[in-house]
Design a protein around this ligand. Sequence first.
Ligand code: NBP
Length: 485
Amino acid sequence: MKQKFDIGLIGLAVMGQNLVLNMNDHGYRVAVYNRTSSKLEDFLKGPAAGRDSIEGADDLKQFISMLERPRKVFLMVKAGDVVDQVISQILPFLEEGDVIIDGGNSLFTDSSRRMKNLAEKNILFIGTGVSGGEEGARRGPSIMPGGNPAAWTHVKSILQDISAKTIKGEPCCDWVGDEGSGHYVKMIHNGIEYGDMQLISEAYHLMKSVLKLDHDRMHEIFEKWNKGPLDSYLIEITSDILSYKDADGEPLLEKILDTAGQKGTGKWTGINALETGTPLTLISEAVFARCLSALKQERVAASECFTGPENETPENVEELIDDLEKALLASKIVSYAQGFMLMRQGALENQWELNYEAVARMWRGGCIIRSRFLDNISDAFSNNKELASLIVDPYFSKILQDSQAAWRRIINLGVQTGIPLPAMSSGLMFFDGYRSASLPANMLQAQRDYFGAHTYERNDSPRGKFYHTDWTGEGGNVSSTTYNV
Ligand code: NBP
């Protein structure tokens, strides 16, 4: 009898093809299927040619019959309804104990629903984040699996073998937790990615438009920053992008239209932050900055209505470059602190037990936000499992303390020259709010009580005791019900 296959993969677009080759490089026999059969043929005759242990089927029943039991079916198709459609197409051919792994960018609530529905049929479901794009999928992505814990033993070795490894050789893949927690962690990863990208773009904007640096100089600066605490994949590719010349010898970057696209995971992170009441200000600003950039026509029209401030090259350019590095690092700390705050809130609301140290380790290699900095985050949670915020961890609080003067100078520079720094400034505003023992919310509470009898607590009374004042002398004694949403 013909030897069965270790795993089957459905969806031979860029991610699927590269994951198959990666699995095969690690000794796994892989069966493949794609809705459009010409793409299956192209793959088998192209990238998979000469690999005997990769075989395809253009019929789902046959494809499933090729798999070793318990069958492991990896879906790498477009996120959303397509995942439900494909699951319902393969279900008739699966048996109890088989495993479905969805590796696309699915919404975590969909993954929770799929896990529960499939558990009723005794099919084990995993929703896993896969990050690293094409190169990551081929050479080792960061993989964040969550779902039915009984599935983990069946796929652990495959997923950890194909994942990226940290410098210490640890796999950038570990069990995240129950239900849709794997996709939840991936969603936050993508939100943080939005924040990092926006912060870097703001630094580039100031360098180009205020410090008037040319592309070669900007390339050198990012290259230098990549040897310090900002060392990361995104800083590295920014340096490469700045040195890339078009056919005419001019920087290609300046020919790219300034309207950003997005596929939804940043938006989901912002929505979840609002739903859970988490102040995820920097990442949300990064999402809105993309939305604002997309209003190109309106921006061009508005640019003709207003004149911004005069913009003369400052005298202390070298000092400002150092300030910018510090401002970028400080803002980045706030962004990650907010991302981990949201993760803690998500874990609380969904009753998941998340290991934050392991999450930081999973992001250490293979994924788009990989950076040296994630080792420090992992250490912070290893030193204190109950850490309220990365901001108060001794390593990060010292950086913030030492950088805040430079950070303020950079935000001032942006304000004075009319260069928008939405993410960097919202990071500073959050920092100032978070480190303030008192905020003007007493005024908010007074206003709420004045117009809506919403009541307030007092500084000189125990928490939980609520007061209402008849501010005008014309109100009654009846107060509104006290609750928070
Ligand atoms: P796409 O997101 O472009 O999806 C294309 C695949 O989905 C093709 O195999 C296509 O089959 C299949 N598909 C579609 Br579209 N509709 C289908 C249907 N109704 N039934 C069955 N199959 C269908 O590919 P990708 O960029 O490789 O991404 C795959 C997943 O991984 C997505 O969820 C994506 O968000 C996620 N992801 C992507 C990246 C990245 O960098 N691209 C990184 C990380 C995660 P066809 O060939 O017949 O049209």
